[in-house]
Design a protein around this ligand. Structure first.
Ligand code: F6R
Length: 267
């Protein structure tokens, strides 16, 4: 795992965008795994800036969102379909026909989950999966005790996640859906590269457990330890409970050229 501690949240977004842009420069038809939530917003904004400056062209790339609420119509502003369209597809100049969100309003949700897995496979798999992390250690909506082998499926949101996300529903906890469709941890681990961004003290515990703790279904983010190409970009606050932060800083200061952004084997 590569861990970078950056001065602030804005620097996390810029660093993540540079890595995604480097992949798309090598591979214009790259398949991006898209996270919603607050964590990647700075990344999408920085990437949109690179698009505006003509430094990257995402028009041939495609995207697969990680998750969607069950029972929220795709045209409702709280749906992840609407959020992805507004925060990602439009500002990044992605082709809407190539951006996919799990269909949380499908009549047959189980068939929809299987169909989503098939669509990812048919697109050749995800090249870069962008991830945030929940304060309880979830990635996607794989709540604690999710299997590391899990695939796209219906999950019940943990009470903590519903409380954290009530801010997107005008603070009304009762309005937050109980269920979601999420890519599984096994699905996420199939992506060729993982790029997790985290900012703020509220994520520090989940990050320390995911990066330095034991592999545990109680900490879904610890699944990153099983991936050969996982990059974690943190601001100082999110990194504040890491015990080896001096080592991560030393490593970042002495990267060999082939491990720098855009190098052949890295993000
Ligand atoms: C969203 C997702 C979640 C979020 C996590 C953090 O698609 O998969 O895992 O990344 O809940 O949310 P924020 O970034 O809002 O703190």
């Amino acid at each position: 795992m590569e861990i970078f501690i950056l001065p602030d949240a804005a620097a996390v977004g810029v660093a993540a965008a540079a890595r995604i842009a480097a992949v798309v420069a090598r591979q214009p038809e790259a398949v991006l795994g898209l996270s919603t939530g607050s964590s990647p917003l700075g990344t999408y904004e920085a990437l949109a800036e690179l698009v505006r400056r003509g430094e990257v062209d995402l028009s041939r790339a495609s995207g697969f969102a990680l998750d969607e609420y069950v029972g929220i119509a795709p045209d409702s502003p709280q749906s992840y379909a609407a959020t992805i369209a507004h925060d990602v597809t439009e500002p990044l100049g992605l082709d809407p026909a190539r951006v996919h969100v799990p269909p949380g309003s499908a009549e047959d949700l189980e068939a929809a989950c299987e169909g989503y897995e098939q669509a990812i496979r048919a697109a050749g798999g995800v090249d870069v999966q962008i991830l945030g992390i929940g304060a309880n250690g979830h990635i996607g909506f794989n709540e604690p005790t999710s299997s590391f082998a899990s695939r796209t499926r219906i999950k019940t949101l943990a009470p903590r996640t519903r409380e954290d996300n009530a801010r997107f529903f005008g603070g009304d906890l009762d309005a937050v859906p109980l269920h979601c469709i999420t890519q599984g941890l096994g699905t996420i681990l199939d992506a060729k590269r993982l790029l997790l961004v985290a900012q703020g003290e509220a994520k520090a515990d989940a990050i320390a457990k995911s990066v330095e703790g034991p592999l545990s279904a109680m900490v879904p983010g610890s699944a990153l330890q099983l991936h050969p190409h996982a990059t974690v970009l943190l601001d100082e606050a999110a990194a504040s409970r890491l015990t080896l932060s001096d080592y991560y800083r030393f490593t970042a200061d002495h990267l060999p050229p082939w491990q720098r952004v855009g190098g052949p084997s890295v993000l």
